[in-house]
Design a binder for this molecule. Sequence first.
Ligand SMILES: C[C@@](CO)(OP(=O)(O)O)[C@H](O)COP(=O)(O)OP(=O)(O)OC[C@H]1O[C@@H](n2ccc(N)nc2=O)[C@H](O)[C@@H]1O
Ligand SMILES: Nc1ncnc2c1ncn2[C@@H]1O[C@H](COP(=O)(O)OP(=O)(O)O)[C@@H](O)[C@H]1O
Length: 319
Amino acid sequence: MNRPRATPPTRLTAAPPPTVRVRAPGKVNLSLRVGPVQDDGYHPLVSVFQAVALFEEVAASQVLPGAGVSLTVDGPQAQLVPTDSTNLAWRAAVLLAEHAGIAPDVALRVRKGVPVAGGMAGGSADAAAALVACDALWETGLPRTELMELASRLGSDVPFCLLGHTAVGTGRGHLLTPAMTRGEFHWVFGASERGLSTPAVFAAFDDLTHGAASPVGLADDTALMQALRAGDPTALGAALHNDLQEAALSLRPELARTLEIAHETGALGAIVSGSGPTVAALARSRQHALAIAATWTAEGAADTVWTTTGPAHGARHTT
Ligand SMILES: C[C@@](CO)(OP(=O)(O)O)[C@H](O)COP(=O)(O)OP(=O)(O)OC[C@H]1O[C@@H](n2ccc(N)nc2=O)[C@H](O)[C@@H]1O
Ligand SMILES: Nc1ncnc2c1ncn2[C@@H]1O[C@H](COP(=O)(O)OP(=O)(O)O)[C@@H](O)[C@H]1O
């Protein structure tokens, strides 16, 4: 005899709140040319940015209406990062909500993978990732051009962290044109536990140039652009350039030794990354990158050392 089957009991469990996770990359300025300070306090730049495969991750989770923004930070150097409304990820969420005319209700979790205050745009990557994550969570569906515009209001480097890959930046560094590159480049980054303030480095640059730096132009980076198109690391290493390097060295003279060790270990090129104090060395291969990293560590030339590659993708959803 067929007995009717008992209906299995329904388990009522609350579904976890929807969460969107986005990763955005840190960057190195392959070339950074800085013009004289303008009336608004900013310096016109021409910079060739390259995103590298050191990522920040921002998870944005739904919260109850009216809960507002909350934020936690973890990962190396998390204790150096503000967790209040001054955090760039928090500011990004608030700016997007204002723009879309909605309430900024979200729980943000930031996982740091880029040195803090190191000249590698870790905070800017958080802002870029938070914009993309909240746009998806709140279903605001902003076109890319509007996200880029909001990004530029959050900081000069934020649009590049959205875009990723390799690009030429003009204006404050926020007007971007993608650059053609071939292949993969091997990088070593030597970071310092004590960051450098970007405004302080620009101020040191003003002192060194007596506020009268030469105007900047694109023509100076012809060899570098050619090296990128050819995928030629030797030519790229020779073409690396940073107008802020002398200013960063004036504030952190010990970085000169870190650069010197990179050259002694056969780096194809070595520069201070952006406003520093992270030093970037271009290696011939992954093995060579590991050798430079080992030498820096053995000589105590950097507090933390990373090997990675570029270019890397811009802000993108992850699982
Ligand atoms: C120097 C660079 C090179 O890519 O990055 P970092 O190496 O610090 O990451 C950037 O120009 C930094 O970009 P970002 O860190 O987003 O700076 P912002 O928040 O826009 O500006 C912070 C401060 O830096 C100075 N600043 C920034 C950009 C610019 N073109 N001229 C400037 O003088 C201003 O004093 C400004 O108040
Ligand atoms: N989400 C964030 N991550 C890191 N720093 C942040 C963040 N939000 C605000 N800041 C502040 O911005 C400063 C510079 O941040 P960061 O982007 O890491 O360095 P840089 O501008 O040198 O690339 C930090 O000293 C910190 O006080």
